[in-house]
Design a protein around this ligand. Structure first.
Ligand code: HEC
Length: 148
């Protein structure tokens, strides 16, 4: 049921994105929503670990994998971003396997791996951003802000 609900919601988001495809504002909004869902699910996995609720862990690890396969996830189309995404997915898959085996220690270690993958990818994203350093202070008045 939840999955269905989620699919419906992402379809709605997709439609919104479709409408404003040429403007950069809406895709960023879609991306932000995705990232918030990602944070929510990873927090719920932690809740599942604390309560030894293996079904909760599995369900939300699966959701994390689904999120990592959406088009919005791939904001950066680079091999390293792909690598970080794979690492994230592998950790989520390991979470599921350990939860299915009701191995709480294994689950906890997999959660640690997952968290490391969050940190590594974010480090990479920051590096890419810093390297671009596109405009000097105040320079965003052109292009980046005005979408009309
Ligand atoms: C493969 C890369 C990648 C992985 C792995 C990843 N993220 Fe992110 N995350 C991003 C990108 C890209 C953004 C958007 C950065 C931007 O604003 O341009 C982001 C943004 C976020 C944000 C900010 C959302 C907002 O409101 O702007 C949160 C919170 C977040 N991620 C949580 C997590 C957590 C928790 C994990 C691990 C469970 C994780 N991320 C793993 C790439 C990743």
């Amino acid at each position: 049921m939840r999955t269905l609900c989620w699919i419906r919601r992402s379809l709605a988001v997709g439609l919104l994105l479709g409408i404003g495809w040429t403007s950069s504002a809406q895709p960023r909004e879609g991306l932000r929503k995705l990232m918030v869902q990602k944070l929510d699910s990873s927090k719920t996995v932690l809740e599942g670990i604390a309560l030894a609720d293996f079904n909760k862990i599995i369900k939300h690890a699966e959701k994390l994998i689904q999120l990592s396969k959406t088009a919005e996830w791939f904001v950066y189309k680079t091999p390293r971003y792909e690598l970080h995404s794979n690492e994230f997915r592998r950790a989520a898959e390991s979470l599921i396997a350990k939860a299915q085996a009701k191995n709480l220690d294994g689950v906890t270690l997999a959660y640690f791996d997952l968290t490391m993958s969050c940190v590594r990818c974010h480090q990479y994203v920051r590096e890419v951003r810093d390297a671009r350093l596109p405009v000097p202070q105040g320079g965003y008045a052109h292009g980046a802000v005005g979408t009309e």
